[in-house]
Design a protein around this ligand. Structure first.
Ligand SMILES: *[C@@H]1O[C@H](CO)[C@@H](O)[C@H](O)[C@H]1NC(C)=O
Ligand SMILES: *[C@@H]1O[C@H](CO)[C@@H](O)[C@H](O)[C@H]1NC(C)=O
Ligand SMILES: *[C@@H]1O[C@H](CO)[C@@H](O)[C@H](O)[C@H]1NC(C)=O
Ligand SMILES: *[C@@H]1O[C@H](CO)[C@@H](O)[C@H](O)[C@H]1NC(C)=O
Length: 810
């Protein structure tokens, strides 16, 4: 088994011998695995999905979910990151083949409800594929970008924004968002979702119905046979699409469905609607939720844009439009809006493109809190650092007073909202914290951020060393944290740049902060104290320096660096393997192609160039090879094919060469003949005292005549011999030898016959006639030498030469 990857529908692909179809290679066809990113095998969601898959999920040694497939006739367990890595590798290759240049940067969309673990997992997959992910963008946000960037009539910045609702129901999930648009700007106001409501669920309804129907009617246990079940899924999906356009009774027929039985049934839209009542009832809740979160009324909504294949179901569309009391708009391409948004985002972030400025402010879908051990309170303290619907990307600085290293535990503080079983995000250990020289607690500034990918981290920590110049006031020890300045990233930029920018901003703020330091430290244990102190706080004679502190993080389900490197290496090996496999296939195809091509030509253009006996035996050999390719030669190593081709070529090459020679020979002879004629003409003209040649030397002309005559004789001789020779034999003379003869003749005769005529000069000056000829001859390359006898263009060339470098061509 070779690995051949191809895209089918929704984020799935084949890993098998061919990509002919899902059904014939069901167990080795992996699809819809996106939902397993960042999940433990024991995750209830994974356990529930496991049963309805054609491929097998396994528990990896780390506890995470893996997929078992046959690769190179060997059982292998791949991580989800590796699977997505393979998919991305394939997409990368496809893009590179289309663009004819390497692809490195990418923007990847994820459902807006993805948690940190899922996002990090997707980021790892991009690394495995050798891609540089500029941003993970929420699908709903990508759609909003695709909508807004081309809109010319958005309200100006100071005007009331235009609120647009985006409803995206795709294959497996349902996402709704409200965005506020102003010129060049979009702000996500709220999002809501149903993580399991999508086209799949509607298909399942039909599948369940027909499983039961056919079970009764034909006594078939469809679910016992995965191939049959997958076929039914495909047919039901088709039927669902037909029903979106046609409300009458529609048939569902499958030939040789199971145990050689043909099955048939019917369905119509109204019946389908009845069956899907429960699903349709779930459409409304997220719509209601976004309005509530954004504190908007239905009248505040300018438009409701729908995307995603499942919004094509008329009843879904109706539900949405009924809820908002207005027609839904389908301005955007339902299937491509997300991809277009990603492409636009990539163009905005990449320095290689010039795109209209468009800023995006997104939201944090789940509140994030930090928890730590507080020596003062002798217990755990916690603080919600990012409340729900806080803008993102975003950084905040927190201040702690500590004498030793400490741990911050990040977690989602509203587990009920989380479509993920584990609220933990990560532990961050802030290391190398030491007390001040006087034994008091050090001030530690910790920067927490949700980055452009929507991933939370404690991104940096620093210890502020205070060097007092006078010992007037002893700052009191505090063990309190304070919620600090908020650093907002207004502009979207490449991650590194953005970080840099915020770091600069932060420094400024850190300095401001140092000024108000004394006031703050003297107030002891006021919890959650906001440091919005007026900046005119008394000037302290305090100098501070900051020392960066290392942070060690333990992330939930994060692949270790070593592991990731191993995966990257493995992906490289598989790409290599694919390449080898392709080469092997190419070698095989080359044999096949040669067989067909030769067989065809042997009885057409090559026929004259091979004896009957040789032709018969060669044809036989070609036939044998063809048969071999379908039997023993079906699956051989590359070298065998190469050897086979060499063997055939040993027979075919001479024939081909004879044909080739016979094609080129007449022209070669003709060229030589013309050449000879031309020299003879010059000789005759000279002898006739033609004025044009009266400057030539008599002996030289005699030499030309002799050479031309000799060449003529040579040519006639060869022509004679060749004409007598059978075409099935190698020719007496090759075209390239004739060409060589032509060249040889020219090298003798050309310098003589093209010798320039001396300049007509005033008879008095005797040296001059030769001099100007020097440079003229020097620059002539022989072909133009004969005509450029007039020495008038001497300075011109340098001028044009000088001009050349200025002609800068991009
Ligand atoms: C794949 O995982 C399964 C289940 O954990 C295990 O039994 C099997 O040995 C693994 N296969 C390989 C090749 O590692
Ligand atoms: C709907 O399907 C039926 C049955 O296949 C067909 O006869 C009819 O022409 C279709 N109607 C439309 C509008 O396509
Ligand atoms: C749809 O199918 C149901 C049940 O098979 C049937 O009662 C109903 O008449 C059909 N409706 C249409 C419009 O064909
Ligand atoms: C969308 O993506 C951003 C990153 O740009 C992330 O911070 C946020 O969690 C996501 N927003 C929603 C509403 O899911």
């Amino acid at each position: 088994g070779a690995v051949l990857v191809c895209l089918i529908g929704y984020c799935g692909f084949f890993l098998g011998v061919s990509c002919s179809n899902v059904i014939s290679n069901a167990k080795n066809t992996v699809q819809s695995f996106k939902r397993f990113h960042g999940r433990a095998f024991s995750d209830p969601f994974v356990q529930a999905e496991k049963t309805s898959l054609a491929y097998e999920l396994v528990q990896l040694p780390t506890g995470s979910t893996g997929i078992k497939v046959m690769y190179m006739e060997e059982e292998r367990n791949f991580t989800i990151e590796q699977m997505t890595g393979m998919l991305l590798t394939k997409l990368k290759e496809t893009a590179e083949n289309a663009l004819k240049k390497p692809v490195v940067d990418c923007v990847v969309s994820v459902p807006c409800f993805y948690t940190d673990a899922e996002r990090r997992s997707v980021m790892d997959a991009t690394q495995i594929a050798g891609l540089n992910c500029l941003r993970l963008i929420n699908e709903s946000t990508a759609v909003a970008l695709a909508y807004g960037i081309y809109k010319q009539d958005l309200p100006a910045l100071e005007e009331k924004p235009r609120n647009v609702v985006f409803v995206d129901m795709g294959h497996s999930a349902y996402q709704v968002s409200i965005c506020a648009f102003n010129k060049g700007k979009l702000k996500v106001l709220a999002t809501a979702f149903d993580t399991t409501l999508g086209g799949r669920k509607f298909d399942e309804m039909l599948v369940e119905y027909f499983c039961e129907e056919f079970g009764k009617k034909y006594k078939l246990d469809i679910k016992s046979k995965i191939r049959a079940l997958l076929r039914l899924y495909q047919e039901c999906e088709k039927l669902k699409k037909l029903m979106s356009a046609n409300a009458s009774d529609l048939p569902l027929n499958i030939e040789c469905f199971m145990n050689d039985i043909d099955v048939s049934g019917t369905m119509n839209r109204s019946k389908f609607l009845e069956m899907c009542d429960g699903l349709l009832a779930r459409v409304e809740a997220p719509l209601r939720s976004v309005l509530e979160q954004a504190k908007l009324k239905k009248e505040d909504i300018y438009a409701v844009e729908i995307v995603g294949g499942t919004t094509r179901i008329p009843a879904v569309k109706e539900k949405i439009s009924k809820f908002f009391g207005k027609e839904v708009s389908t301005t955007l391409n339902a299937d491509e809006a997300v991809a277009r948004g990603c492409a636009l985002q990539c163009a905005i972030l990449s320095p290689a493109f010039k795109v209209r400025e468009f800023s995006i402010t997104d939201l944090i879908p789940y509140p994030i809190s930090l928890r730590w051990n507080s020596p003062a309170e002798e217990g755990l303290s916690d603080c919600e650092v990012f409340p729900k619907n806080h803008a993102a990307p975003f950084s905040k600085v927190l201040t702690f007073y500590r004498k030793e290293p400490f741990t911050l535990e990040a977690y989602y503080s509203s587990p009920k909202e989380l479509p993920y079983p584990d609220p933990a995000i990560a532990h961050f250990l802030v290391q190398k914290v030491t007390p001040q020289t006087d034994g008091s607690s050090s001030k530690v500034k910790v920067k927490v951020r949700v980055n452009i990918h929507g991933i939370f981290s404690v991104s940096s920590a620093s210890l502020v060393e205070v060097h007092k110049s006078d010992d007037s006031e002893e700052p009191m020890e505090t063990d309190q944290h304070a919620k600090e300045e908020e650093v907002m990233d207004f502009k979207m930029q490449v991650d590194q740049e953005e970080q840099q920018k915020t770091e600069e901003q932060q420094q400024v703020q850190a300095e401001n902060k140092a000024e108000s330091e004394e006031m703050e430290t003297s107030q002891d244990d006021s919890k959650d104290k906001k440091v919005d102190q007026p900046p005119q706080a008394k000037k302290a004679k305090v100098k501070t320096t900051t020392v960066d502190l290392p942070i060690e993080n333990q992330l939930v389900w994060q692949i270790g660096k070593d592991m990731l490197n191993l995966f990257i290496e493995n992906e490289g090996k598989m790409i290599m393997q694919d390449k080898l496999e392709k080469e092997r296939n190419d070698a095989k195809n080359a044999v096949e192609e040669y067989v067909y091509d030769m067989r065809d030509k042997l009885c057409s253009i090559y026929e004259k160039f091979v004896s009957e006996d040789d032709r018969n035996s060669f044809t036989l050999k070609l036939e044998d090879t063809e048969n071999w390719l379908y039997e023993d030669g079906e699956d051989q190593p590359k070298q065998i094919y190469i050897d086979k081709l060499t063997e055939l070529k040993a027979l075919g090459q001479p024939i081909q060469a004879r044909f080739q020679e016979s094609e080129e020979r007449p022209k070669a002879f003709e060229d030589l003949g013309k050449q000879i004629q031309q020299y003879m003409k010059t000789v005759h003209a000279f002898k006739a005292k033609d004025e044009q040649y009266d400057h030539l030397d008599e002996a030289d002309v005699a030499k030309v005549e002799k050479s031309a005559n000799e060449a003529m004789e040579w040519m006639n001789n060869k022509l004679n011999l060749q004409n007598k020779r059978s075409l099935t034999l190698d020719p007496v003379i090759k075209a390239k030898d004739i060409q060589a003869k032509t060249k040889e003749l020219a090298s003798i005769c050309n310098p003589i016959v093209t010798k320039p005529k001396p300049k007509v000069e005033l008879p008095k000056e005797e040296q001059k006639p030769t001099e100007p000829n020097g440079p003229v001859e020097g620059q002539g390359d022989g072909s133009s030498g004969a005509q450029s006898a007039e020495p008038n263009a001497a300075p011109a060339p340098t001028a044009t030469e000088k001009k050349l470098p200025e002609m800068d061509i991009d």
